[in-house]
Design a protein around this ligand. Structure first.
Ligand code: ADP
Ligand code: F6P
Length: 324
C-alpha cells in the first residue's frame, strides 16, 4: 500500500497518541503516505483530514487524550455512511485504514473492510473489556489515576473515621474496580460480573469490619453495577442510615480517562501501532491487533468481536481474602 489513513474513535484513552505516532512513523519508514482523520468516523465522512509526517507526531507520545480527537458517530451504523466513507477514502488514494478504539469502533472497521477498504483495529479503551485481547491501551494509566485518587480519599476518610463509596468506570466490566480494589485495600468491591445484594455484599461486610476493629471503610463500586441497581450516592445514604457511620460517595468520572500515559501504555500502543502498519503492508485488512500474554497477535475482526474473556477468578479471590 502506498497511502493509508488513521483515526481514533469512541471514548478516548491515554496512549492513543502513542499509537497514532507509531502508525505514522512506522508507515513513513517504509515509504507510505499517511493521512489522519479528525473526530473518528465523522471525519472520514466529512473529509476532515490532514497529511501526516514523522514531525507531525512529535511531542505527543507523553500526552493524554488524542490529538486527532474522537467522536461518537451514530450514523456510521448505516451502510450508506460506510459506502460514502469508502468512496471518500478511495478518492484520496487511501488503500488501508487504522482505527484506534473500542469494540463499537471495530464494528465500523469490519463494515469498512467488507465494503472494500482494508481496515485494522487497535484496541484503545480504559475499560480493558475487549474479548480478544488481554490488554487495551489506556487501562494501566486509568488504574494508576484511580489509585492516586482513592489514596487521597483514604487520607480524609481516616481523619474522620468515615466510610467512602467510590464509583469507578469500566462500562459493563469490573476490571478497573477489581484491580484498584486490591491496590487500594477496599473492604468490598462490587462488580457487574457478580450478582449484587446490598445487605450481603456491603452492609454485612462493614458490620463485620466494625466488629474486627475497623474505623474507616472503603467500598469500590463499578459503574456497571450502579446503572442497573442503586446509585453510589444512594448506597452511601443507606450505609449511613443502617450503620451510623458518616459516609460519603465519590463518583470519579472522567478524571479516569485523562492524564499522561504510563510506560506500559506507551510501549503497548507503540507495539500495536507498528503491528497494524505491518498488517496493512502485507495487504491484510479486517484484522484486530491484540496482545496475548506479552505477545502481539491479530485476529479477523468478526472472530475477535465474538471472543469473550472473563475476569480472572484468582484476582476476585485475592480481593475477597484481603478485605478482612
Ligand atoms: P467504542 O469504540 O469505544 O466501543 P462506541 O461503541 O461509541 O465506542 O463506538 C464508536 C463509534 O463506532 C460509533 O460512534 C460509531 O461511529 C461506530 N460504531 C459503533 N457501533 C457500530 C456498528 N454496530 N456498526 C458500525 N459502526 C459502529
Ligand atoms: O469506554 C470508556 C468509558 O469511559 C466507560 O468507562 C464509560 O462508561 C464511558 O466511556 C463514558 O462515556 P462518555 O465519555 O461518552 O460519557
Amino acid at each position: 500500500m502506498k497511502k493509508i489513513g488513521v483515526l481514533t474513535s469512541g471514548g478516548d484513552a491515554p496512549g492513543m497518541n502513542a499509537a497514532i505516532r507509531a502508525v505514522v512513523r512506522s508507515a513513513c519508514a517504509i515509504g507510505m503516505e499517511v493521512v489522519a482523520f479528525r473526530k473518528g468516523y465523522y471525519g472520514l465522512l466529512t473529509n476532515l483530514f490532514e497529511d501526516m509526517g514523522p514531525r507531525s507526531v512529535s511531542d505527543i507520545l507523553h500526552r493524554g487524550g488524542t490529538i486527532l480527537q474522537s467522536a461518537r458517530c451514530p450514523e456510521f451504523k448505516e451502510p450508506e455512511a460506510v459506502a460514502k466513507a469508502v468512496e471518500n477514502a478511495k478518492a484520496m488514494g487511501i488503500e488501508g485504514l487504522v482505527v484506534i478504539g473500542g469494540d463499537g469502533s471495530f464494528r465500523g472497521a469490519r463494515d469498512l473492510s467488507l465494503a472494500g477498504l482494508p481496515t485494522v483495529g487497535i484496541p484503545g479503551t480504559i475499560d480493558n473489556d475487549i474479548g480478544c485481547t488481554d490488554y487495551t491501551i489506556g487501562f494501566d494509566t486509568a488504574l494508576n489515576t484511580v489509585q492516586e485518587a482513592i489514596d487521597k480519599i483514604r487520607d480524609t476518610c481516616r481523619s474522620h473515621d468515615r466510610c467512602s463509596v467510590v464509583e469507578v468506570m469500566g462500562r459493563d466490566a469490573g476490571y478497573i474496580a477489581v484491580n484498584v480494589g486490591i491496590a487500594c485495600g477496599a473492604e468490598a468491591i462490587i462488580i457487574p460480573e457478580k450478582d449484587f445484594d446490598f445487605k450481603r455484599d456491603i452492609l454485612s461486610q462493614i458490620k463485620s469490619g466494625i466488629k474486627r476493629g475497623k474505623e474507616q471503610h472503603l467500598i469500590i463500586v463499578a459503574e456497571g453495577v450502579t446503572k442497573d441497581n442503586m446509585s453510589a450516592i444512594k448506597m452511601a445514604e443507606r450505609i449511613e442510615e443502617e450503620t451510623g457511620i458518616e459516609t460519603r460517595a465519590t463518583i470519579l468520572g472522567h478524571i479516569q480517562r485523562g492524564g499522561n500515559p504510563t510506560v506500559k501504555d506507551r510501549v503497548t500502543a507503540s507495539r500495536m501501532g507498528v503491528a497494524a502498519v505491518d498488517l496493512l503492508n502485507q495487504g491484510l485488512g479486517n484484522r484486530i491487533v491484540a496482545i496475548e500474554g506479552d505477545k502481539i497477535v491479530d485476529y479477523d475482526i468478526l472472530e475477535g468481536l465474538n471472543m469473550h474473556k472473563n475476569l480472572d477468578n484468582e484476582l476476585v479471590g485475592v480481593a475477597e481474602v484481603l478485605s478482612l
